[in-house]
Design a protein around this ligand. Structure first.
Ligand code: TYD
Length: 136
């Protein structure tokens, strides 16, 4: 069974491009199905490093590789799918109980994350077996 409200998908954003370069704007509520309460970014990750490897009980996030490339594995308990993020105008929306792992970071990768809630250690599930139990 896939938990209610669980969703993963790629989203494309409008690029305002001209001879001066390119700009992408992302507005919470308008361009995303949540208000942005937190922004963080991950960079300087060695290619052999695995990050993430957890699920969130109640968090919506948008991941954007604003520079470089990263592979994000998403697992809804039944299906696993990998997404390659390598465009600053494209994001991966993750809503609901999804196990996620980030790997294959290129040295120039800057992974921007927009999140619906402040950081809360209690929202994390770090044990894959416990994650599967939530799906049962
Ligand atoms: P961590 O959860 O290990 O990152 P990842 O899931 O990408 O592997 O977070 C690394 C550290 O940063 C950890 O000490 C918690 C801290 N942190 C915050 O303080 N605020 C945040 O919003 C996040 C995501 C992490």
């Amino acid at each position: 069974m896939i938990a209610q409200g669980t969703r993963v998908g790629l989203v494309s954003f409008k690029v305002h491009a001209n001879e001066r370069g390119s700009l992408v704007a992302i507005e919470g509520d308008n361009d995303l199905p949540f208000s942005i309460r937190r922004v963080y970014y991950i960079y300087g990750v060695r290619p052999d490093v695995l990050r993430g490897a957890h699920a969130h009980k109640d968090l919506k996030q948008l991941l954007v590789a604003v520079s470089g490339s990263v592979t994000v594995l998403c697992d809804d308990g039944e299906r696993k799918q990998e997404y390659i993020l390598n465009r600053p105008d494209q994001g991966l929306l993750i809503e609901g109980l999804i196990w996620r792992e980030m790997k294959n970071f290129t040295p120039d990768c800057v992974l921007l994350v927009l999140a619906s809630k402040p950081y809360n250690r209690n929202d994390y599930i770090y044990d894959y077996g416990e994650f599967k139990l939530h799906m049962a």
